[in-house]
Design a protein around this ligand. Structure first.
Ligand SMILES: NC(=O)c1ccc[n+]([C@@H]2O[C@H](COP(=O)([O-])OP(=O)(O)OC[C@H]3O[C@@H](n4cnc5c(N)ncnc54)[C@H](OP(=O)(O)O)[C@@H]3O)[C@@H](O)[C@H]2O)c1
Length: 232
């Protein structure tokens, strides 16, 4: 499968979570490929000037998101790479960010005219899981689908391979192990953030197949590989 590189026709998008590991790569891809005429970063803080150049920035208070409806107005596509961890935010904080902030943002985006929402979820997302992480991811997938976008693409990556800026020792050990396992099972247990970001870009360049599309880890690898490397 090949995905044509190129523009999404003068359209506009926003990115939630552009300061994170996947979001930063996604932002670089969107700006370098000039996929959209306008890219807006919606986050709780600004990035470095270098990273932001070429994008508009809206700094918002996620606890008062409804007061920032204007930031969500007029975008065709919304990308969401938002998320925290239970270790960092506690149980309630994790649910608040990964489910409530994401759902509220999706609702504001839809009200503002967004037709395609691209959500980075997780492998194993399941609203009935007994594991909090997977349950919340399953719940947010359902809530976002219920918002009623013309198109909703849900990516379910396995463990993300990246050089994480933040220290997460357990995740680092897992990444080292899975980095080796990936030589034998390249698409089963992990995925580089670059490939997730490219799959997110590729899915907006492809024609829609139905209202909701869920991309499991192997499909993310395939779609991410199908988008030509920049400069090729
Ligand atoms: N780690 C994995 O192996 C893995 C695997 C599968 C799926 N996922 C999921 O993939 C998504 C992206 O992961 P990632 O590792 O690329 O993300 P990340 O590096 O942890 O970045 C998360 C983003 O969310 C923002 N954020 C976190 N807490 C926030 C809060 N309280 N208010 C506002 N913004 C907040 C961060 O902003 P700041 O920079 O301001 O903190 C950052 O932009 C997450 O939903 C994650 O659960 C992760």
């Amino acid at each position: 499968m090949a995905v044509a590189s190129g523009s999404s026709g003068g359209r506009s998008c926003f990115v939630l979570g552009a300061s994170g590991e996947t979001g930063r790569v996604l932002l670089r891809e969107l700006l370098a490929r000039r996929v959209f005429a306008r890219v807006t970063l919606i986050g709780r803080r600004r990035l470095s000037l270098d990273e932001e150049t070429g994008a508009a920035v809206a700094v918002v208070d996620f606890e008062r998101l409804s007061e920032h409806a204007a930031a969500f107005q007029g975008h065709d596509v919304g990308f969401c790479c938002l998320g925290t961890t239970r270790a960092k935010a506690g149980r309630a904080g994790f649910i608040r960010v990964d489910r409530d902030y994401v759902t509220q943002a999706a609702e504001l985006a839809r009200a503002g005219g967004c037709t395609h929402f691209v959500l980075q979820s997780s492998q194993g997302a399941n609203p009935h899981s007994r594991f909090l992480y997977l349950r919340v991811k399953g719940e947010v997938e359902n809530l976002v689908q219920a918002v009623g976008f013309d198109r909703c693409t849900i990516l379910r990556p396995a463990v993300l391979l990246c050089k994480r800026q933040e220290s997460r020792p357990a995740e680092w050990v897992t990444q080292q192990f899975l980095g080796v396992v990936a030589w034998v099972f390249p698409t089963a247990y992990s995925v580089p953030v670059e490939r997730v970001a490219r799959a997110m870009v590729a899915c907006v360049l492809q024609p829609g197949e139905g209202k909701v599309k869920v991309l499991e880890n192997a499909a993310i690898h395939e779609l991410g590989k199908a988008l030509p490397q920049q400069g090729t």
